[in-house]
Design a protein around this ligand. Structure first.
Ligand SMILES: C[S@@+](CC[C@H](N)C(=O)[O-])C[C@H]1O[C@@H](n2cnc3c(N)ncnc32)[C@H](O)[C@@H]1O
Length: 361
């Protein structure tokens, strides 16, 4: 049997001892005798082993009473998943090789991508520390949803801004983010905006909040939203306004690299055209409950906190050098009173227009 299966006799004995593959009989001479069912089980174990699973995991996988057909289906699914993963890694490696050949700097996000990790699978665990629904921003979004009953929330993350009183379906590609959705939240489909697995006009409205800048192809994603829903509501960012980098002191004085993060981001006009919509400003309240990048414009000390920065992808995207420099300078300016001097006009404001825009059709 060992020869036939391509494993050592010792391995077979070990599988027997730990109860993974127990031969159902013994010959008169005391040798192990494997029945057809035992051979089937051994085959399953060896295939999972070759796929790199540990013995404990394999014991669980083959331990249930599923039929050989069910196991083959499960195995097929696992193999396809691995093939997709390998394809994605090859594509990411090609992109990085191309960037390096052109002498371009490889960002932290691209490096993570090469490892096969999506940005939010890498940083999503820190999201819930500060990211949640802000009631004032939510009121503006809910108002834009109007009387829609069926809502698709694209790039839904952990479920912030999902209206509780409608029939919501969420779309979220990151497994880490999906796993953090609270119990009882809307059903969530693993997919990307650029290819929504729904029929035309399936929803009254499709919404997307603080996510479009992460999409590989924002315009394609917006068109998909338009296709699957009768109306579209998108919270995004305006880079059309001349001098937009100077709107927020954090970008202006400490993190100019933010502009490079959004270098490829489409114009607000282009995004509005993709959905046939119009834009309105979304002011950020001084005590914004959602720890987005702009949230602490009147509470600058917050940006010195690691857990605040880890919940915002911008900091990962600019890389550790720019992040550490920005934090060091901000800390110095807060200590010396320079920040307060430069930004004295903010002290009396309750909300600020920092470029957030709501696109609605
Ligand atoms: C900043 S979070 C926003 C989550 C949520 N909408 C909120 O307001 O808290 C951005 C989300 O977009 C998701 N995302 C990234 N690429 C995407 C794509 N191509 N299609 C849909 N969602 C995507 C990320 O996984 C992440 O959960």
């Amino acid at each position: 049997m060992a020869e036939l299966a391509g494993v050592s006799v010792r391995t077979l004995h070990h599988y027997d001892e730990i109860g993974l593959v127990r031969p159902s009989a013994r010959t008169a001479a005391g040798y192990r005798a494997y029945s057809a069912d035992d051979v089937e089980r051994l085959r399953e174990v060896l295939v999972y082993r070759r796929l790199g699973f540990g013995l404990r995991e394999i014991a669980q996988l083959v331990g249930d009473s599923s039929t050989a057909v069910a196991h083959l289906r499960e195995l097929r699914g696992l193999l396809l998943e691995r093939r997709d993963h390998a394809d994605a890694m090859v594509a990411a490696i090609d992109r990085e090789l191309e960037a390096r050949a052109k002498g371009l700097k490889v960002t932290a996000e691209e490096q993570l991508e090469m490892l096969g990790a999506r940005l939010y699978d890498a940083i999503g665990g820190a999201y819930t520390a500060t990211r949640r629904t802000d009631p004032r921003i939510a009121a503006q979004i809910f108002n834009a949803l109007g009387d829609a009953q069926t809502v698709l929330n694209v790039g839904a993350g952990t479920g912030s801004y999902e209206p509780g009183d409608r029939d919501v379906t969420a779309v979220e590609p990151s497994a880490v983010m999906r796993a953090q959705r609270p119990a009882g939240s809307a059903p969530c489909v693993a997919a990307v905006a650029e290819s929504l697995p729904f029929e035309d006009q399936s929803f009254d409205v499709a919404m997307a909040v603080s996510t479009v800048h992460h999409w590989a192809d924002p315009i394609a994603g917006l068109r998909e939203m338009r296709r699957v829903a009768r109306r579209v509501v998108v919270l995004t960012f305006d880079t059309d306004e001349p001098g937009w980098q100077g709107r927020f002191w954090l970008t202006r004085d400490y993190l100019p690299e933010f502009a490079a993060v959004l270098a490829e981001f489409p114009s607000l006009a282009g995004m509005a055209a993709a959905i046939g919509g119009r834009a309105e400003p979304v002011p950020v309240p001084w005590d914004c409950a959602d720890g987005l990048f702009e949230a602490y414009w009147r509470r600058p000390e917050a940006y010195l906190e690691d857990h605040v920065r880890r919940a915002v992808s911008v900091w990962t995207r600019v890389g550790p050098e720019a992040e550490q420099r920005a934090v060091r300078r901000l800390s110095d300016d807060l200590d010396s009173g320079r920040w307060a001097e430069r930004n004295s006009d903010l002290a009396d404001l309750d909300a600020a227009d920092l470029g957030l825009r709501l696109l609605t059709t």
